[in-house]
Design a binder for this molecule. Structure first.
Ligand code: HEC
Length: 261
């Protein structure tokens, strides 16, 4: 067993005043609850992307960040429920226009008249439940290919996660630093680990756009971050209230748990 001596400034939970231990416990309880809610939210928003809402899978992550790669809503509608709304040759010209990128110039020349003639009866914007197809700017909303979460949205979500989780793991790591864990390198690794996992996780959101298998890194990074959260949480709680303080702590000079504050 590794018996690296205690650092002069190390304090085990049993040496901390009760008020501090109560504060730590309340903080751990709230952080644990928050993590649980975050998990539920994450599962709810991503698990159904691939059509199967039961599991959070590799495909869910790929679709969320990189898009399904399938055609636009307009193309899907033209091939599906809207196919009866216009003659075949007009339908083909709409589809080829969307597939070629849905440019404005060609829209004005040949496509607009088809929309106006065949679609305006229902899609002129007066029914809030149907996509408005009146004019290029409105049509554009249904011609975009599904390319997943936009880059700017990722930037927004990244900075929120970096700030937020840095706080969470700073607080959790500070509480955990009072646990007695040997070898010391294991304890240091446990403290640093979530920061590495967080960086891998968030970084891979972007890389998944370029190369799909990075979705595995997103999943593994997220899972490892969750595991280190659970590890530090359980060890802290257990040593704070349930286990006897280690003998190196009770035996050191002035180390008796005599302070009650
Ligand atoms: C008679 C009314 C009517 C006409 C005409 C019509 N639509 Fe629709 N459209 C609907 C209704 C109702 C829905 C919603 C239900 C559905 O998706 O089938 C819809 C839905 C859509 C959607 C959304 C599908 C989705 O992803 O939810 C698109 C895109 C669309 N229509 C395109 C068109 C185009 C293009 C035309 C003209 C070629 C057209 N529609 C003509 C009634 C109409």
């Amino acid at each position: 067993m590794d018996d690296t001596p205690l650092h002069r400034q190390y304090r085990h939970y049993s040496e901390l005043p009760y008020s501090v231990r109560v504060l730590y416990t309340a903080t751990l309880l709230i952080l644990g609850t928050a993590y649980l809610f975050a998990g539920i939210y994450l599962f709810h928003s991503y698990s159904g992307k691939d059509g199967n809402p039961i599991t959070l899978s590799y495909d869910d992550i790929v679709i969320a960040y990189s898009g399904s790669g399938e055609g636009s809503r307009l193309e899907a509608a033209l091939r599906g429920s809207m196919s009866a709304m216009l003659p075949r040759d007009e339908l083909n010209s709409l589809v080829s226009w969307v597939q070629d990128g849905g440019e404005r110039a060609r829209y004005e020349q040949e496509v607009r008249s088809v929309f106006d003639q065949r679609c305006m009866a229902c899609h002129d914007g007066s029914n809030p439940h149907l996509p408005n197809l009146n004019g290029y700017d409105n049509v554009q909303k249904v011609t975009e290919r599904d390319t997943g979460t936009g880059l700017f949205t990722l930037v927004r979500v990244s900075h929120i996660h970096f700030f937020g989780l840095a706080f969470v793991f700073f607080i959790l790591g500070s509480i955990f630093s009072h646990a007695y864990v040997r070898p010391v390198w294991l304890k240091c690794t446990a403290v640093a680990f979530p920061f590495v996992a967080l960086t891998l996780d968030i970084g891979s959101w972007y890389f998944t756009k370029l190369y799909h298998p990075f979705a595995w890194v997103v999943m593994i990074g997220g899972a490892l971050m969750g595991l280190s959260f659970v590890y530090m949480w359980v060890v802290s709680m257990y040593q704070m209230w349930f286990s006897r303080p280690p003998s190196v702590v009770t035996g050191r000079e002035g180390g008796e748990a005599t302070h009650v504050g």
